[in-house]
Write a protein of this length. Sequence first.
Length: 190
Amino acid sequence: MNPRERDNVNLTLIALTCALLMVLPLVTTFDDLLTAWAMQMGADNPLQAIVPVEARMVVSLLGLAGVHAAASGSHLVVWDGTGSMHTLFISWNCIGWQSLILFGVSLMSGLRGGHSVESRVQVLCIGLAGTVLLNLIRVSLVALIAATVGIAPAILFHDYGGTILFVGFLFAFWAFAQRWILRAPASEVA
C-alpha cells in the first residue's frame, strides 16, 4: 500500500471519528427511541434471535475473567463481590450492528488500490472476526462494570465507551492490515 492510500484510510477513519464524536449524544438518544419503536412493532425479532447466542458467549468471557454470570434468553445476570445480582437485558440494538456498518465503511476506503483478492479476503475475514470479538468484549465490559462499579457507569460505558473502543480498534486494525497484509507489491515500492 503506497503512502497516499494509507493516508486516505487514515483520513477516512479520522473523519468517521470526528463525525461520531460530534453526533454521539444525538445518536444515543435517537437510537434508544428507535429501539423502543422497533421492539413495539416486532421489527427487532430477526436480530433478537442472535442475542441468546451472544449472551452465552459473553457469560463464557466473563467466566474467564472470574465473574460469576448466567444467561437466559436475552437476559444476562451478573453477581458482584457481595453476592448481589444484577440483571441486564441485551436488546438487538446492543449486539453491534453499528460496528459492522462502520467496519464496512472503512473497507470501502481501506481496500482501494491494486490489492490481490487474497489480501482483500484476509482483511475482510480478520476484520469481521475482530469486530465480532470486540462486540463480545464490549458487552462483557458493560456487564463487568455493572457488577463491579454499578449500573450507571455501565450505561455510560455502553452509550459512549463502546463507540470510542471500536474507533480505536479500527485505527489499530488498519495499521495492522496496512503493515502486514496490504503491503505494496515490489514493483510499487521501487
